[in-house]
Design a protein around this ligand. Sequence first.
Ligand SMILES: [Zn+2]
Ligand SMILES: [Zn+2]
Ligand SMILES: [Zn+2]
Length: 492
Amino acid sequence: MSAESPGPKQSGFKAFWANALRPKKSRQTLRKGASRSMTDLRRMSTRPSTSLDEAPPPMPDLAPLEAHRLKYREAHANLDSQLGERQDYTAIIHTLGILDPEDTYSAALMDRENRPPGEEDITKVPPDVWILIASFLTPSDAASLTIASITLYRRLGPRYLSILQAPQNLSEKLTFLTRIDYSLPHHLLCFPCGRYHRRTAEGTERLKPAHVVNPLFECPEVLNILNPPPRTRITPGRILPFSFVQLLLRAHRFGPKYGIQPESMARRWTRDGWTYTSRFLIHEGRLLMRVTSQTFADPALPPSAQRLLLHSREDYWPYFSACAHWRDGELMPACRCALEHIPHPRATGGLQGLEHKVKDTWQKRVFDPNALTTLCGFCRPMRRCPECPTEYLIEVKLTEDKMDPRGLRFRQAIVVTRWSDLGDGTSPEGLEWAAVNGKSEDYDSFTHRNYAKRGIASWFEAAFTADTLPGQRVISLNPKRKKLGEKGHDWY
Ligand SMILES: [Zn+2]
Ligand SMILES: [Zn+2]
Ligand SMILES: [Zn+2]
């Protein structure tokens, strides 16, 4: 049977050789093509020569390759040859205009002192038209328009100001009152009342522990527990009232007499065996806070002792500073993991101690119970809460313990540092403040433009040290985005 013949294929030794010696398919085709071209040539050579009478085919203007190259260039004229990006300048300029719809382009003209008075232009527009314009605005915008000038007030009357007094318009009223902050340096906006109160400790406002009565103004709502002033928890027994965020950012925006400086807010305190340090910074018009919490930790703690060390007995919140989302994700497991890495002490007496000593001498090493602790890939990286602008770093550090009765001068301590962005201080409904306090559902710290490229900790530390932080991996505190809150099992 020949190799080409159809039919069932042979198997075995004979078939193997038959297949191996069969000429290749590709070679056959080549030979066929070659023979055809040869016969064509022969035919051409035997043809009577009439080519001199026929006109030669017209020459193309360009060689085919060059023509193709030109055509390609024309089709891809706007593409960058290296990056493949489209270089359409018209499109670029158009996108610039719509890149950031959140951006406000205020101030520039408003702050110009010598701008021509606009009263005449305002009077040119009939009063009915101004009333029509105001009817399209929100109550807060209409009230702002009313007080913009005396002419406008005469046109619009007190109508839009009295609308704000309705209880259902409280948030509109607060929006309006926030806008006149600049004109009231000696007052502070009280959010539970929706009113400006006179500052009673002007310039000497100090942040104090939660149990210390520390009023910044006289407020009729101060004892109303159903309408508490907005505040955030720093650590057990320490809170940050929103009024302080207002004071810090007013001073930053308008001038020192409007509030206090962030340096005056730095604190160091101890409580329940923990030592805390807090520091504040204003970055791009928002308040950043760093709280370092540390406590001494013994090696080889059983799980129950780890819980006692980390969780406050009052409300089971962690002793260290944490955002509202600490129960979800890997914050507490990472802390427990860090505690596991603290080097275990060795038995120094008896047969076991002798064995250790012999081993150390044999391997020419010195056992150091205070050796540096290295954390693992799970507990070492910087963590960022996906739901609010907060970052955490867990460390185990060798720290001097002056109070230890056993006379151990140096002990391992767990240090949890938290960096948070507390927002621009205009309203407790603000994006960052609401997110840190767990009152905003739609904040994504990994995609929000403020921290998509550079972390909160990195911005904060760069402001205090000349050299920048070494590149630190920031991973999500809750990579699976599971929200179980109290019901989760891993937080305790
Ligand atoms: Zn009040
Ligand atoms: Zn670990
Ligand atoms: Zn959070």
